[in-house]
Design a protein around this ligand. Structure first.
Ligand SMILES: Cc1cc2nc3c(=O)[nH]c(=O)nc-3n(C[C@H](O)[C@H](O)[C@H](O)COP(=O)(O)O)c2cc1C
Length: 200
């Protein structure tokens, strides 16, 4: 009887493990992004950040895996407090931690890196990520949302930091468009991917 119970237990455990393996993909493209939900400029209080929406559109069109940079210490929900925290982080050159890590990094040859423009810059948490991994031989494509600054100098900053990667021309989309015009953003992303040779 004991043996039978053990056998049943092993079978149950094995079955439970199957979905974990099934979730692993063979994708060679990864979309990594940071995005802030809550109150934001021009969009009110949002459940999902603008860059997250854009990132998911890119991932869908590219058949890519997604890794979201989720801060260990969440940013304040309200816009003004978030502005203050971002100012302090930039002044201190902080490197805020994010949850988890990308265990299968070598699997990916193409990495999209997405973020909102914060005070004309790439948010510090994205630097935490970019400084943590080896980008040599990878193709990197920045994307961002904003409310007037476009890419600011983020393209140049990424090219200056990830010198071992080949950095393609990024795309900047207005946050309010990414948030509410899914069709328009989808079309803009499709045209951009074509223009940089990643789609037909
Ligand atoms: C802290 C902070 C600073 C910002 N600074 C800028 C800026 O310098 N230029 C700009 O165009 N938009 C700026 N914005 C607006 C965001 O870039 C824009 O709303 C973006 O779409 C937010 O994306 P998210 O929802 O993915 O976080 C700022 C927003 C925040 C919260």
């Amino acid at each position: 009887m004991k043996k039978l119970i053990s056998l049943l237990l092993v079978t149950v455990l094995l079955c439970a493990a199957i979905p974990v393996f099934a979730e692993e993909t063979s994708a060679h493209v990864l979309v990594v992004y940071f995005s802030h939900a809550g109150e934001n400029y021009n969009v009110g209080v949002i459940e999902e950040g603008n860059t997250a929406k854009m990132g998911k559109i890119i991932a869908e069109q590219m058949g890519a895996d997604v890794f979201e940079l989720v801060p260990v210490v969440p940013y304040p929900e309200d816009y003004d407090s978030c502005l203050d925290v971002a100012t302090r982080e930039q002044q201190k050159k902080a490197r805020p931690e994010y949850e988890g890590e990308i265990g299968n990094w070598d699997q990916y040859d193409t990495i999209f890196i997405g973020f909102p423009i914060w005070w004309g810059n790439i948010p510090n948490i994205v630097y935490t990520f970019m400084e943590a991994y080896d980008f040599s031989g990878k193709t990197v494509i920045p994307f961002n949302t904003h409310e007037g600054s476009g890419q600011a100098h983020s393209q140049r900053d990424i090219e200056g930091l990830l010198t071992d990667a080949s950095v393609l021309k990024g795309l900047a989309v207005r946050g309010s468009k990414a948030q509410s015009d899914v069709e328009g953003t989808d079309a803009e992303v499709a045209g951009w991917l074509k223009s940089i040779g990643l789609a037909e």
